[in-house]
Write a protein that binds this ligand. Structure first.
Ligand SMILES: *Cc1c(COP(=O)(O)O)cnc(C)c1O
Length: 380
């Protein structure tokens, strides 16, 4: 083992039959969207997760944009998102003119704090977007109950949570819509890609139209109309079958991938959590009723200064660890939208202190032990 060889934070790797399937799409001459492999991805997601309809998309960001279109978000509508999330969770709705309302996060799971949700709801609120951070489920029964009481739609941003469960039920099956990401940094990847899961069957037909540039092309190809035309607004959200071929090979290997990630996560936790607690460093909290997706392993240093020192300490040993989201309510865009008034002290605190350790499907036991040893050498 080369002690000087650097360990990245993330890298993608081939785990199944990716190249074979890509070669097949090319030889049979099907490289646009919704061909053999896209259909296989749809069937896979529908069967494994038990969702009425799944559609692969160009990204999770685009699946979120489709959600905003499907739910008819209009200028002035309010959409509640956690302050600690990726830009796209909010931006997809801001694109439709929505006012973004930032909710603080729970101190333990770093998920949208369901106890703070009711106070943020007004007569203009239309949607709440829980994000299952690190693939640990949000409190979906409480969130679902509050949303139902106020007539809100729930869209799960499940970019981290594919194959995670909450009270025995798959993440991505709670909202009327849920979005997946297959970006390079996620558990299952095709480089850039996503999926929209549709749990409310009434949204399926219009989702097909929005995804196909506002046309009824999907109905035409099924022989349900004799020509296709412009029937609604939409955009180009269909994934190429070349990427779907790569994606399907990864999906086929999902149990192998998830097992690898579970081992990596458990090894970090077994080796570091006790060490961390003795030093006042936090490690991930996974409630007993949540089966997580093993998307990431993070530590919470006592302060921003110590977090920065920790990242530099590992970097000097050729190990790349990274912080995560800058709270969205503190962003320049939120300032322009008036979001800085949001009161999200937990999001601000955790954002300053959180650091993610190298975590990818091909992380070798030797390299992981090098990371663990380096972490344990860090002194505050
Ligand atoms: C990665 C990610 C996204 C965006 O995914 P893309 O597929 O890159 O568009 C959205 N939300 C969350 C929480 C993410 O982690």
């Amino acid at each position: 083992m080369d002690q000087n060889c650097s360990i990245p934070f993330n890298r993608s790797s081939l785990l199944g039959r990716e190249l074979e399937y890509i070669f097949k799409t090319m030889t049979i001459g099907q490289i646009a969207g919704d061909q053999t492999y896209s259909k296989r991805c749809h069937a896979f997601l529908e069967q494994v997760l038990g969702v009425p309809k799944a559609m692969v998309t160009t990204s999770c960001t685009h699946a979120l944009e489709m959600s905003a279109l499907l739910l008819n978000i209009q200028p002035g509508d309010e959409v509640i998102v956690p302050a600690f999330t990726f830009v796209s969770t909010a931006n997809a709705f801001a694109l439709r003119g929505a006012k973004i309302i930032f909710a603080d996060i729970r101190p333990d799971t770093l998920n949208l704090d369901e106890q703070k949700l009711a106070d943020l709801i007004t007569s203009k609120t239309k949607v709440v977007v829980p994000v299952h951070y690190a693939g640990v489920g949000c409190e979906m029964d409480v969130i679902g109950e509050i949303a139902a009481r106020h007539g809100l739609s729930v869209v799960e941003d499940n970019a981290h949570g594919l194959f995670g469960k909450f009270r025995g039920r798959w993440l991505g099956t709670f909202g009327c819509l849920a979005t997946q990401s297959f970006h390079e940094t996620k558990n299952i990847t095709c480089g850039e890609g996503g999926a929209l899961l549709i749990n409310d069957a009434r949204l399926v037909e219009r989702a097909e139209i929005i995804r196909e540039k506002g046309t009824n092309r999907s109905r035409y190809f099924r022989g349900q109309v004799d020509k296709y035309s412009w029937v609604d607004i939409g955009s180009s959200y269909v994934m190429s079958d070349v990427l779907a071929a790569f994606l399907y090979a990864q999906l086929e290997a999902w149990e192998t991938i998830q097992l690898k990630r579970q081992r990596i996560w458990n090894h970090y936790d077994n080796q570091l959590c006790h060490w961390a607690r003795e030093r006042g460093i936090g490690c991930p909290v996974v409630p007993a009723h949540c089966e997580q997706s093993h998307h990431m392993y993070y530590l919470l240093l006592p302060s921003l200064e110590q977090r920065q020192a920790f990242i530099a300490f590992l970097k000097a040993r050729n190990i790349l660890s990274v912080f995560h989201y800058v709270p969205l309510h503190l962003s320049p865009m939120a300032e322009r939208m008036g979001g800085r008034q949001a009161d999200c002290p937990v999001a601000e605190d955790r954002s300053d202190r959180l650091v993610r350790l190298p975590f990818y499907n091909s992380l070798s036991p030797d390299d992981q032990d090098r990371v663990i040893q380096a972490v344990r050498e860090f002194e505050m």
